[in-house]
Design a protein around this ligand. Structure first.
Ligand code: NAD
Ligand code: ZN
Length: 269
């Protein structure tokens, strides 16, 4: 930590920042050992699954072949259950502590931001540990040893993953994860927060980190901030859709660049 050198112009611009929005994707959790979708080492790289991962994680497949949807999900959730927050997650907590106003919009479903201690989180794609029965509507969860929430009330994710089948409710119905699958609507309450906290009143600084930025609701806050004359930064070792219009594209790992940004921000408390 502390070795990553930010461009001088960025260091100067960071001095005036009071409000911050951070947008994260699977890449921020790569350094915690959770595979991304796209990019090097992503689960799309799997020769058996390839691009078919999107099909597996879609609403129609959940209806016709829930075991297949769950096998794809277990790749993420099964890695998440053993994962710990990394330097990138921790730096975002530090940025929130320093900012007068802060919002974190994450596409991740691994719970690592919550574990690290981030507070104002919009988890727009939900949480892979929360379950709801598709027949009776009863809610349940996977036990999460990371939080000590092993009350025995919930399900054991390792056992379910080893079985390679969709977990089932006592009523006989199939559980679905409380995540947004491809082809599904985003939750309205979270969309409203996204609009209010990122679009209507863009923060002084908006950072996009570890996302291939494929979705319009991820690109839009960056565009709006840029057009409103706010500071925009992308952190990603590879170029994406938004690399050309952000003020600074840092070709770096989240765990290297985010601590440098957190350190450079002024203290407001
Ligand atoms: P993505 O998999 O499409 O892209 C990951 C991006 O992260 C790539 O652009 C890659 O270059 C970059 N990256 C890789 N390592 C990095 C690092 N150390 N630091 C910074 N960047 C790094 O991810 P996405 O855009 O979030 O879209 C994937 C979708 O899949 C999301 O909807 C998400 O809900 C879901 N998903 C979630 C998890 C998770 O919760 N951890 C994991 C996989 C997929
Ligand atoms: Zn049920």
């Amino acid at each position: 930590m502390g070795d990553f050198a930010l461009p001088e112009a960025l260091l100067v611009a960071l001095r005036d920042v009071r409000s911050v929005g951070v947008i994260t994707g699977a890449g921020i959790s790569a350094e915690s050992g959770i595979p991304t979708y796209r990019g090097k080492g992503g689960i799309y790289d799997d020769p058996d699954e390839g691009d078919r991962t999107v099909e597996a994680l879609s609403a129609p497949t959940l209806q016709s072949d829930p075991d297949r949807t769950w096998r794809a999900l277990f790749q993420i959730a099964g890695a998440a259950v053993n994962a710990r927050p990394n330097a990138g997650h921790t730096a975002i907590v530090e940025i929130e502590r320093k900012a007068e106003r802060f919002v974190l919009l994450t596409q991740n479903v691994d719970g690592l931001h919550r574990l690290a201690g981030s507070r104002n989180i919009i988890d727009i794609h939900g949480d892979a540990f929360e379950l709801i029965c598709m027949s009776c509507g009863k809610q349940n969860q996977f036990n999460d040893p990371r939080t000590g929430a092993t009350t025995g009330q919930g399900l054991d994710i390792h056992r379910c993953a080893a079985a390679g089948r969709a977990p089932r409710c006592p009523c006989g119905g199939v559980y679905r994860p409380e995540v947004v699958l491809f082809g599904e609507m985003l939750p309205e309450d979270k969309l409203r927060r996204l609009y209010a906290e990122l679009l209507d009143n863009p923060p002084d600084l908006v950072i996009s980190v570890g996302t291939s930025a494929m979705f319009p609701y991820i690109v839009q806050p960056m565009l709006v901030a840029r057009m409103a004359g706010k500071l925009t930064i992308e952190i990603n070792p590879e170029p994406t859709e938004i690399s050309d219009f952000v003020a600074f594209h840092l070709k770096a790992k989240a765990g290297d660049a985010l601590p440098a940004i957190a350190a450079a921000l002024p203290n407001r408390v």
